[in-house]
Write a new protein. Structure first.
Length: 492
């Protein structure tokens, strides 16, 4: 991979690109890979770091969406189940199957969930990951040893997929670059270039590392900025009326000792009608999530007190080992880019489907959807971009494209003690630049244990200073910024 300064120079020297993509989350990087595999020239610009947005803050499920089944959205579930199957086949290094158990407290509900999940199996067809099972009370106790059993009748076991969201993102990045795409982080799009005919013909970007601005021409500009999509739409047309209705979801991260066993817990309907998961993930348990409509879109949203209380109280209601705020290693918050729908009573019922919007200025926006369906979103976006930019027609090549890992990457993922060598790898092959890039999205330490992340941050800052040949003042600023950020991930 090119050094950052060389890469930036090369990008600035280009006459223009077929496609410029704004946003380096699942949607943007998925689109970059799809487009370059079809032979289009591609540039992707990410304002902060790849995955800084929602794509690092998911529940880590590769799923069809059991809850959307309950909403009767069979088409969405079927499409997601197919994508689930493809993703587990195409990215075996960072995806796996995960058993889920739904405890039941009446015979009627057990029948209801059994039938619903049998339908989930049927809808998966050849992509099914294993048959749904009816469980006795004893069997549930074995699979979820920490569960309270006083009112328990039995349960249902089903299999879904799980993954490490930012590791998958790094694979998409590496494969996009390997296939000829240019992608750079810490580079934000600040305005759009309008052609004489009034259509969008490029972007103006600002690189926060070198503090320079540059412009790039493009036949098509794709807005893949998730929850920030409205900002870019407004750059193309000041009169644009916002279409994204953001919904916040939080996760509490706790130690495994509070929730024993390998199966995940799924409560499809809490007393107030929400979904609750407790998912074993790497060496921790993720407990979440919430669905809170919010008005202000922030890059690092903050968990609200009532969201924290909701998760703690509902988890403690079903789990025998009680937890308090003191037991929480970390909290992380993501924003769902849900699309505005007339008459929708709450964000929980807004469609999780994706949308491609082409406005009069010919800016292509791809938004909504979920991580599991990023490949399909990318396929639809590039099909539309090819039409819009009159690009050579080429079939999509990602359905069976294997996201192979090279040997060094295996080392970077599996090594448990962070080393200088590993950080050098993240800089050279995954474009990590800041302490946050390393501790939040290359390793997941900030998400798993804020205290441990803070403890190692000075060492990481020192390694990065040496690697980037930076000043002491740079290192001090890096540490200050990371310490400030870490406060948002901590409940203590
Ligand atoms: C709490 C929660 C749990 C979820 N769990 C799951 C799950 O388990 N499974 C699943 O399939 N899906 C899940 N999802 C959904 C999934 O995470 C999102 O749909 C997906 O990550 C959205 O990706 P994206 O690339 O569209 O947006 P993002 O990841 O937000 O990426 C957009 C990027 O654009 C960048 N950007 C913004 N403005 C600019 C600019 N001007 N210039 C350059 N870059 C810019 C941002 O910095 C950001 O990195 C969950 C969502 C939430 C909120």
């Amino acid at each position: 991979m090119k050094k950052r300064t060389e890469l930036l120079h090369t990008i600035q020297q280009q006459q223009g690109f077929d496609i410029v993509i704004i946003g380096g989350g699942a949607t943007g990087l998925g689109t970059a890979l799809d487009a370059c595999l079809r032979g289009h020239s591609v540039l992707l610009l990410e304002q902060f770091d790849f995955g800084k947005g929602t794509s690092s803050k998911s529940t880590k499920l590769v799923h069809g969406g059991v809850r959307y089944l309950a909403q009767g959205n069979l088409k969405l579930v079927m499409q997601a189940l197919k994508e689930r199957g493809r993703l587990l086949t195409n990215a075996p290094s960072c995806t796996y199957t995960q058993e889920f158990v739904i405890p039941t407290y009446s015979f009627w509900w057990q029948c209801y969930y059994y039938m619903g999940l049998k339908l989930y199996d049927i809808l998966a067809g050849r992509w099914s990951l294993g048959a749904t099972q009816w469980l006795s009370k004893n069997a549930v106790q074995k699979k979820l040893p920490s569960l309270q059993t006083s009112r328990l009748v039995g349960g249902i076991s089903y299999t879904d997929g799980a993954f490490d969201d930012t590791r998958l993102l790094m694979l998409l990045l590496q494969h996009a670059i390997k296939n000829g795409a240019y992608a750079i982080n810490h580079c934000s799009v600040t305005s759009l270039i309008t052609n004489e005919e009034g259509t969008i013909g490029g972007v103006v970007a600002y690189d926060s590392v070198t503090e320079t601005s540059f412009s790039c021409k493009a036949k098509v500009v794709i807005n893949a900025t998730g929850v920030f999509a409205d900002n870019i739409m407004k750059m193309s047309n000041a009169q644009y009326v916002a279409s994204i209705r953001p919904s916040q979801g939080i996760h509490l991260v706790i130690q495994k000792k509070f929730f024993a066993g390998n199966a995940a817990l799924m409560i499809p309907k809490t007393a107030d009608g929400r979904v609750l998961f407790a998912v074993p993930w790497q060496e921790v348990i993720l407990v979440g999530t919430t669905d809170t409509p919010i008005d202000t879109i922030e890059h690092e949203p903050q968990a609200l007190d009532h969201e924290i209380d909701f998760i703690l109280s509902h988890f403690n209601e079903v789990n025998s080992t009680q937890i308090t705020k003191q037991d929480v290693n970390a909290v992380y918050v993501g924003l769902r880019p849900l699309l505005q729908q007339k008459n929708a009573a709450s964000t929980a019922v807004l469609s999780r489907d994706h949308a491609i919007i082409i406005n009069e200025e010919k800016l292509l926006t791809v938004t909504g959807g979920k991580w599991t369906t990023y490949r399909k979103m990318a396929e639809d976006a590039v099909n539309n971009a090819a039409f819009l930019g009159n690009l050579p027609k080429q079939a999509c090549a990602t359905a069976n494209y294997t996201l192979t890992v090279h040997t060094q990457d295996v080392f970077a993922i599996t090594s448990s003690q962070l080393s200088q060598q590993q950080v050098a790898y993240y800089v050279q092959y995954e474009m990590a630049y800041t302490v946050e890039d390393v501790l939040a999205r290359r390793t997941r330490l900030l998400f798993k244990n804020v205290r441990q992340a803070l403890a190692i941050a000075p060492q990481v800052a020192e390694w990065l200073q040496a690697l980037h040949q930076e000043t002491d003042a740079w290192r001090t600023k890096q540490l200050q910024q990371f310490t400030e950020l870490a406060k948002k991930y901590s409940l203590h």
